[in-house]
Write a protein that binds this ligand. Structure first.
Ligand code: DQA
Length: 147
């Protein structure tokens, strides 16, 4: 099975973007981490990033036929997007939400996530490790579901 790992706006800048908050790991490093962790649990990864909300919605809709589960870091759209929530809710797929930083330790506007009600689980504050943990958790969810 293939899992979709989606990344929202500005995550293409990881490595140089606010390193005090997001560290020096690049998105390409995170892709490699996800791919190797997924290979270890028998999964393939389709890893993507876009700065555009509607593109994320399209990818989430397409995942209904092409993926077994979705791991998503919606970045700033986490805190604004009912469209992403609706798209994720419309898939019957398991969803895990990931954030590199601990959003609860940051500005109050980051404390609320619109997408969390569509997620099985949420991981935040553990940096790139959170993605690896999400891949492992997704493998467990898919095994349970018999996928
Ligand atoms: C983020 C947290 C968001 O608040 C922020 O807008 C991001 C990244 C994270 O991974 O910590 O762009 O999703």
């Amino acid at each position: 099975p293939t899992i979709l790992v989606l990344n929202g706006p500005n995550l293409n800048l990881l490595g140089s973007r606010e390193p005090a908050i997001y560290g020096h790991t690049t998105l390409d490093d995170i892709r490699c981490l996800c791919e190797s962790r997924a290979a270890g649990v028998g999964l393939a990864v389709d890893f993507r990033q876009t700065n555009h909300e509607g593109v994320l919605v399209d990818w989430i809709q397409d995942a209904r036929i092409s993926a077994a589960g979705i791991i998503i870091n919606p970045a700033a759209y986490t805190h604004t997007s009912v469209a992403l929530l609706d798209a994720l809710s419309a898939t019957a797929l398991p969803v895990i939400e990931v954030h590199l930083s601990n959003i609860h330790r940051r500005e109050p506007f980051r404390h609320h996530s619109y997408v969390s009600t569509a997620a099985v689980g949420v991981i935040c504050g553990l940096g790139a490790t959170g993605y690896a943990l999400a891949v492992e958790a997704m493998a467990g969810l898919l095994r349970q579901a018999g996928t």
